[in-house]
Design a protein around this ligand. Structure first.
Ligand code: 5GP
Length: 187
C-alpha cells in the first residue's frame, strides 16, 4: 500500500492553532493526528491518548533511553516528544499531522526531509498579544514569556515551506487543506 505523507504544523501560543487543526482534521478522513507524549499536566477537557499521552518524567526519560522518539524537546519546563513507532504505524494508513514547535519541526525534517512544514501565523503582532491576553487564564509573567517565545518562533517561519495567516479559522483551515491536497495526491 502507498505510504502517507507527513505534515508538520507549528504556530505560536495564541495563534488559534487548535481550532484550525480540528477543522483541518475534519476536512479529510485520511488525515491522522500524531499524539505526542508530554510531562505537562492535562488542561481541563484534555484527554489522555487523544490530545497527548500524559506521562511521568520517569516514563518520558525511559522512552528517551529506548530511542522511542522521532524527536523530543523541553518546552515551558516540560518534555514533549513524538513517538516514532506511532507515526510510522499511522503513515501506513494515511497522512499524518504533527503539531509541534519549531525545534521539533526541524529535528523531524532532518530525519524525514520529505515532510511538509506549515507555519500558522497571527494576522499581526498586536492581534497575537490581544488573543493571548483575551484568554484570561494567563498571568502577566506567563504572557511575557509566551510573547518572547512567539517572537522567536515567528523568526523561524522563513524555514517553513508554507506560512498561512490565521485571520479567520475556516479560511486558514481551507488553505492548509489545499496544501495537503496538493502534496497528498502527488506521487
Ligand atoms: P501545549 O502545552 O500548549 O499543548 O504545547 C506547547 C507547545 O509544544 C506547542 O507549540 C506545541 O506545538 C508543542 N508540542 C506539542 N507536542 C510536541 C512534540 O511532540 N514535540 C515538540 N517538539 N513540540 C511539541
Amino acid at each position: 500500500m502507498k505510504k502517507g505523507k507527513l505534515f508538520i504544523i507549528s504556530g505560536a501560543s495564541g495563534v488559534g492553532k487548535s481550532t484550525v487543526l480540528s477543522k483541518v482534521m475534519d476536512g479529510r478522513s485520511d488525515l491522522q493526528f500524531s499524539v505526542s507524549a508530554t510531562t505537562r499536566p492535562p488542561r481541563p477537557g484534555e484527554q489522555d491518548g487523544v490530545n497527548y499521552y500524559f506521562v511521568t518524567n520517569e516514563a518520558f526519560e525511559q522512552m528517551i533511553r529506548e530511542d522511542a522518539f522521532l524527536e523530543y524537546d523541553a518546552h515551558n519546563q516540560c518534555w514533549y516528544g513524538t513517538p516514532a513507532a506511532q507515526v510510522e504505524e499511522k503513515l501506513q494508513h494515511g497522512h499524518v499531522i504533527l503539531d509541534i514547535e519549531p525545534v521539533g519541526a526541524f529535528n523531524v525534517q532532518r530525519k524525514r526531509p520529505d515532510a511538509t512544514l506549515i507555519f500558522i501565523e497571527a494576522p499581526s503582532w498586536e492581534e497575537l498579544e490581544r488573543r493571548l491576553r483575551g484568554r484570561g487564564d494567563t498571568s502577566e509573567e506567563q504572557i511575557a514569556i509566551r510573547l518572547e517565545r512567539a517572537k522567536w518562533e515567528m523568526e523561524q517561519k522563513e524555514k517553513y515551506h508554507y506560512v498561512v495567516v490565521n485571520d479567520q479559522a475556516d479560511a486558514c483551515a481551507d488553505k492548509i487543506l489545499h496544501i495537503i491536497a496538493e502534496k497528498a495526491d502527488m506521487e
